[in-house]
Design a protein around this ligand. Sequence first.
Ligand code: CP
Length: 326
Amino acid sequence: MSARADLNGKNLISTQDWTVEELEILFDLAAELKDAKREGRPTSLLQAKTLYMIFFDASTRTRNSFETGMTQLGGHAIYLSPDRMQISHGENAKDTANVLARYGDAIAIRHCEMGVGNPYLNEVAQHAGVPVINMQCDIYHPCQILADYLTIREQFGDTRGLKLGVAWTSAPNYVRPLSVPQSLILMMPRFGIDVTLAYPPEFKLMPEIEVQAKANADAAGVKFEISDRFEDAFEDADVVIPKSWGPLVTTRDVPEGLRLIEQYSSWRCDSRHMALGKKRLIYMHPLPADRGREVTDEVIDGPQSVVYDEAENRLHVQKALMALTM
Ligand code: CP
């Protein structure tokens, strides 16, 4: 097994920057790496390489899958928290990027602050000279969507003609970013998947992302529809991803956002919704899920749920991403 050189040095800030052919290379390598791990074969593709991981926001899956993935590839990942770096004293993106790039081989960043995270990643990428990986920003969460697609491909084989429902759910404990649903609606149509996006009016996504998603769907000859009915995401679906996000296009006021989330408490996935889909319908969620509010235990722990396969696939797609780009 050897990583292909033609993606060496490439950033992943959005899947929009990668062609379908490049993404297919990544998924094929992810599947190979998953098999190798299962069979106990070594995959030392990144010996002596270092990944810096800067987390402005909390994480369970992203941190541990990247860090473990680097270990399994023979390299080393370093966890960096801005409050323990000179970023906390105002060191800018250019200086941080240049210095880390002199030491190591890639920089991964999670920065979800609305209007701040994505520009910060782009500024680091402009100066780094090593690949920059988006571990989630205010606009995109590409690594999550790569894992989601690998999971769907494992479940169905050919993904063309499938229907994916992406539905907003009510989770009132904190205001989540828009990055997961936005990345889903952008990438899935490019792989031949019809997408129905359902949300209450106050929870619209960034208008330019919805326009881009429609353009991707038109180019691929598939459907992209938006509805204000929760059930529309489930009817005749093969895959549903019901998850919460904040009303960030409508308001950035947190108490007002939480009030709006509470207002739609009936937007919760239960077995009656799952019965609206095709017989083979699967339930996915990027996690963490707000159990009891976003989804009932019966569904998330039930036979249609593949949430732990989905979480595991973060490891395999990110190993492929690092092996190809670093
Ligand atoms: N899905 C996801 O990104 O999980 P974490 O926030 O735990 O990294």
